[in-house]
Write a protein that binds this ligand. Sequence first.
Ligand SMILES: [Zn+2]
Length: 482
Amino acid sequence: MSDYETVIGLEVHAQLLTRSKMFCGCATTFGAAPNSQTCPVCQGMPGVLPVINRRAIELAIRTARTLHCRINAECRFARKHYFYPDMPKNYQISQYEEPLAEDGWLEVEVDGALTRVGIQRLHLEEDVGKLTHEGGVFETASASLVDFNRSGVPLMEIVSRPDLTAPAEAAEYLRVLRALLRYLGVCDGNMEEGSLRCDANISLRRRGAAELGTKVEIKNMNSFRHVRAALEYEVSRQARALERGERLVQETRLWNPDRGETLSMRSKEFAHDYRYFPDPDLVPMRPAPAWVAEIEAALPELPRARRRRFVEQYTLPPYDADLLTQDRALADYYEEAVRRHPNPKALANWVISELLHELHGDPAAVATCRIAPQHLARLVALVDDGTISGKIAKDVFERMARSGEDPDTIVRRHGLTQLTDEAALVGLVDEVLAANPAAAADYRRGKKQSVAFLVGQIMKATQGKASPQVVNRLLTERLGSA
Ligand SMILES: [Zn+2]
């Protein structure tokens, strides 16, 4: 066991799914032409006034209550001052001493052990613009381009307490939080597009010590894998430094995924460096308790409750339930299919193996999938009533994925109905037996598994359309009676 304990806290920034920005009416659509979604407010022109987006407050309250946070009776926006070319006002509107919500928790399970991670605060702020450097951020760029479309997009910051004790636990916290935000419909959770971003604070201390060690902040981690790798790197870097008796400095480091290491970016700034003060353009906010109660009453069923219900209601193994409820759209898809054809286990198998494979493992892609849930239900119904074989069903599934057609149309057009007509199959059985005398002889000598080879020959001859049950029975009858 190492002499050191790892202490990790995460700050997650989530872009809220509002149609307009935090303090102006500009659109928030991702990927629009640079600087096409801007106005004097989000470009920081003099004399303009911000107006709070009510929907953003609602989404933040929804999240805060799910995370068991207290909604403060009064909160306030503050100006956080610093210069950066992506921020024309030279201050960011954020919340400081009076955040929207505080003191919640989120449960995380790693290797069967449940940890309750404290949520220190949840507040709202505005995003800054986006810089594109001509050259890598670790090199000297010859030019930088700025796009203010992102400037003013509502951001929710969720700050955990330093309750995480391992990189794997931190990655799991992030996974659970992301799933939750997606379930709540408050953030799309897309880390690649930057709508979910994470900074980590990490320090090491001697086992049992009461005081926290020197804290290092890591930025620039845009996937779960990077978060975990960066934290693992930092644990060993800090442990080595402490072993050698070096002093660690409080600093901000950047994760470089190409080199697999963190690099010092700047010495860590302190809160007082920002000269926070209440924004005089925005009055304090007092969310009405009745409104908060209304938002709370409309919360959807959350992943853990849904997983439990799937196990009970559909008698699914917990593993299946876990996979099916990881994403709200996928779980909705599954339930819609089961409603159409109540064979929960077979449908779970199809969704988990074939459908997720088709979606390249991304459950959220179900939203744009060409196979409608009622069509998948119908496909399983066709297998269950013996119209098509399981093997043919996989073929039909692939055609459905390509064309978006319903399975009945595909089966009819390609004549894929299962051959169950004994009179038609018995002749074929005889042909195959005559063509493969060695296999037949093996079977009669007691090598029963050679029947599988013979079944295979018949399936091949019928392009997989013969009913394996009927073929099996006919074969054993024929072989036994000879
Ligand atoms: Zn604007």
